[in-house]
Design a protein around this ligand. Sequence first.
Ligand SMILES: [Zn+2]
Length: 267
Amino acid sequence: MPELPEVELTRRRLERELVGKRIARVVIRTPKLRLPIPQELESTLPGRTVSSVARRGKYLLFDCEIGWLIIHLGMTGFLRILPGTTPPGKHDHLDIVLEGGVLLRFHDPRKFGTVAWTTVAPAGHPLLAGIGPEPLTTAFDGDYLFGVSRSRRVAVKQLLMNAAIVAGVGNIYANEALFRAGIRPDRFAASLTHPECARLVNTVREVLQGSIDQGSTYQVAEGSVAYHPLAFDVYGRGTGACTRCNGALEEIRLGNRSTVFCPRCQH
Ligand SMILES: [Zn+2]
């Protein structure tokens, strides 16, 4: 599943490729993903120029002069820039054909992605309105995390993965950030001290930024996308050894998500 670093890397790539280009044509091949794809895109977008590509949480926001195209990649979605003559394959749900011979194609085998359209500022759109602060901005700091964790009888990992608390921290990066901070994922959020909150904010930023910085290794291969360029300490290593103490890692389920930690290094 694409997480925030992969969405940010996608944003940067699309910004380079799309900004300043005019839309010639829109082809919708699938009426509905997680939500219906707005049919009006076929008539409203042609002739408009993409003026910026922004991101809020894991949503990509394409400013198309008269409104914003909002795209979420869901579980398996990805966006590719292709020569305009490339024939569509299975699961190619949407093409935005640009003047000059290229197209932006949305491919999503499991159809959990979202394509929406808004003519008012996207921050107020129902999909985005409830999203918490961006983890890589100063709005997400130790004071903030300490404040929002006080009354929560929920595991700290689940708090981190709640998009209303902080935007776009998924399972992989929550596991990694907690390992680096030395905090057990199943602790009650309300039990975190202020220094622990400050430490955790820093490690969340570190793992996200580290993954974005290593994005040069991110490649769109033939028919697939190599997500997650970062080497992980705990995620997906439930039967492995701790990279810090060499002891056995433990795997539990939290909120039905795989959770891996070191019982000696994380308290
Ligand atoms: Zn350890």
